[in-house]
Design a protein around this ligand. Structure first.
Ligand code: ARG
Length: 275
């Protein structure tokens, strides 16, 4: 089955403020021309593999381009749990996301206003249908409990401890064959243990260099993995497991702390399982 993915056109994208360590020293430093070209590169590659639906960028909300943060889609019921952004610089995105999803026929669910939740940036389904919820840096710890009320499958909380890897999708990437990539140092010891127990030998550790290249921030479509850049080690490892790797440079978006996965929202909620 083909995936449906939402992307947002990059016309409003810029680094105008600093809400994560990657944005430091990059305010005003984005080339719109290069960003448009890199966004187009991802869009073109993904369009060959998935049905890509578009939102439209807005200069008032430069991080709107990162559609992973719009919310957590529950495809079967055509409902989306909307994000409550932590930083005021992103809070206006919620109304835009609500309007877009309602116009597309989705029912929007809002969590209480006083809890922070940053959508599929911090909530990722694995191939077994378990939901992994990052917290500690953007989304609140209580989110895993709140989400469990909407989801029949197990929901697990993971504690993020490195401000550079502030969303779960910057340091953890479930693969559609049941494996997962992760950056160990981004997690608390108990979360590392939970992942190790849950995935066993299907858990693939990334090096810090791979983490910093946003290798965990990958989009999976069947056996194809699209990411900013893979190290030769990771490329070889994933190809050995039967995946094809497509690199697509996203350096302008990395100045904002985001890469391929952040720029996409998979409406199926989780990648279709492949064996
Ligand atoms: N500048 C954005 C922020 O700090 C980047 C968001 C990246 N999105 C993601 N899903 N990791 O919120």
């Amino acid at each position: 089955m083909q995936e449906t993915i939402v992307m947002c056109t990059p016309e409003g994208f810029a680094v105008n403020y600093e809400i994560n360590p990657w944005m430091q020293h990059h305010v005003g430093d984005v080339s719109s021309e290069l960003a448009n070209c890199q966004w187009r590169g991802l869009f073109d590659k993904l369009s060959l593999l998935a049905d890509v639906k578009l939102m439209h960028g807005d200069v008032a909300w430069p991080d709107l381009v990162f559609t992973a943060n719009a919310g957590l889609p529950l495809a079967r019921e055509k409902k989306i749990i909307l994000s409550n952004f932590k930083h005021p610089q992103r809070q206006g995105e919620k109304a835009i996301n609500r309007d877009w999803f309602e116009a597309a026929g989705w029912t929007c669910i809002s969590l209480p206003d006083d809890v922070f939740f940053e959508g599929a940036g911090d909530a990722l389904f694995d191939a077994a249908g378990r939901l992994w919820v990052g917290n500690g840096l953007r989304s609140d710890a209580i989110i895993a409990t709140l989400l469990a009320a909407y989801i029949a499958t197990p929901v697990h909380r993971l504690d993020l401890i490195d401000p550079r890897f502030y969303h779960l999708d910057t340091c953890f990437c479930p693969l559609p064959d049941g494996r997962a990539l992760y950056l160990p140092s981004a997690f608390s010891e108990s979360s590392r243990e939970l992942l190790t127990r849950s995935f066993g030998d299907k858990l693939i550790s990334l090096t810090i260099e791979e983490g910093q290249q946003f290798c965990a921030n990958a989009v999976c479509a069947g056996r194809v993995i699209i990411l900013n850049k893979a190290t030769p080690r990771l490329q070889q490892l994933l190809e050995g497991l039967g995946f094809s790797i497509i690199e697509t440079p996203l350096t302008e978006f990395m100045k904002s702390g985001g890469s391929a996965k952040c720029l996409t929202l998979n409406l199926a909620g989780w990648a279709n399982r492949i064996d």
